[in-house]
Design a binder for this molecule. Structure first.
Ligand code: FAD
Length: 328
């Protein structure tokens, strides 16, 4: 499979016969590893639809060869989640981003129309953070690092760090899935339609509104076809005021950990529910207490003090996985 014209997607056989994830936790055999690139010409929508055709073509090819096929995101999973010994499809180059979908929102949509964004599967968390920041918007929650793709992080139910907001799947409200050699669908919840029927039409996709299917596809570890694009809800950009303290692991703190009821523990803001709450416990060294990180969400304002080195060089976002990410 290769380039037809610059209005068609480019599908490149990398020639690889083994695959190693980004953080080199193992190496496994693979029949083929394909890179998929968007077409070079046409509108963003034309390019996106060209990539859909390429993904369908790949499914047809895999079916003809009798091999399994699985999408690869950023390859940041430490586990074998993205691996198959058949065909792996690298989606990282598929990173179109649409911030202009308001005109095609369903009349019954109850959320903030201005906050909807449509991201092609390979958009990284880094890219989304940068694009949204420039628009005065933000993802609702993220994890400690940002090399993951939106589809990969969503498919594994990762990247949530807030008390009352779940991980990435919680703010994904629509999915464009390539589910067979000739079939691709725009999938939303029936109970919460988001995009007008015309949106599926723009993608040339079959429209499916079904709560159970949507829930099943949302965190599906690459087993529900190739997720080509996702619709996400975003928030206005915000600030987090962070505190990190040692505290005794007493009854009040245990109660907060078990119930997320903070009324029996003394946190920095006495009456305000934290946006983020994290406790690191070393069971072999409890005498000095445990590390409690709380963050409070505030409206964005210019001139805020940036995170400092007050924690001996460590600040928001630092943890063991960030450390691994920095050195690999
Ligand atoms: C340094 C580091 C820091 C991390 N920090 C955090 C953190 O703070 N919080 C947290 O929750 N997690 C964290 N993780 C875990 C990481 O977010 C997950 O492993 C995530 O799944 C990686 O996303 P990815 O895009 O690399 O997906 P991959 O690892 O490439 O794939 C993950 C799964 O998604 C599937 N998939 C990917 N793309 C598609 C697609 N387009 N269509 C269908 N299926 C697809 C794959 O088949 C696979 O099953 C961290 C990992 C590392 C290495």
């Amino acid at each position: 499979m290769s380039t037809l014209t610059s209005t068609e997607a480019r599908v490149v056989d990398t020639g690889q016969t083994t695959w190693t994830p980004k953080h080199e936790t193992f190496t496994k055999p693979v029949r083929k590893l394909w890179d998929v690139h968007n077409p070079m010409e046409g509108s963003a929508l034309d390019q996106y639809n060209g990539a859909t055709r390429a993904l369908l073509q790949l499914v047809r090819g895999a079916q003809a060869q009798g091999v399994r096929m699985r999408a690869l995101g950023g390859g940041w999973s430490f586990t074998e989640a993205p691996h198959t010994d058949g065909w792996m499809v690298n989606t990282k180059w598929l990173n179109l981003y649409f911030n202009n979908v308001t005109a095609l929102v369903h009349p019954a949509y109850v959320g903030d129309r201005a906050g909807l964004r449509f991201a092609q599967c390979g958009c990284s968390v880094l890219q989304l953070n940068a694009s949204l920041r420039a628009e005065g918007r933000s993802l609702r929650t993220v994890g400690a690092s940002n090399g993951q793709t939106i589809a990969g992080a969503m498919s594994t139910g990762t990247h949530g760090a807030a008390v009352d907001v779940g991980a990435i799947p919680d703010y994904v409200v629509g999915l464009h899935l390539v589910v067979g050699p000739n079939r691709h669908v725009w999938l939303e919840r029936a109970s919460r339609p988001v995009m007008a029927d015309a949106f599926a039409g723009r993608l040339n996709a079959e429209l499916v509104r079904d709560d159970e299917l949507f829930g099943a596809a949302l965190v599906s570890f690459g087993s529900f076809g190739v997720i080509h694009g996702v619709m996400i809800e975003t928030d206005p950009v915000f600030l987090l005021r962070m505190f990190r303290r040692r505290m005794p692991l007493d009854a009040g703190l245990r109660h907060a950990l078990n119930t997320l009821d903070f009324s029996r523990v003394q946190l920095p803001h006495a009456t305000e529910r934290p946006y983020h709450f994290q406790v690191v416990v070393n069971p072999y060294s409890l005498a000095n207490g445990v590390h409690v990180t709380t963050m409070y969400r505030e409206p964005f304002h210019a001139g805020y003090p940036p995170p400092s080195d007050a924690f001996g060089g460590f600040g928001p976002g630092d943890d063991a996985l960030s450390f691994v990410g920095t050195f690999t």
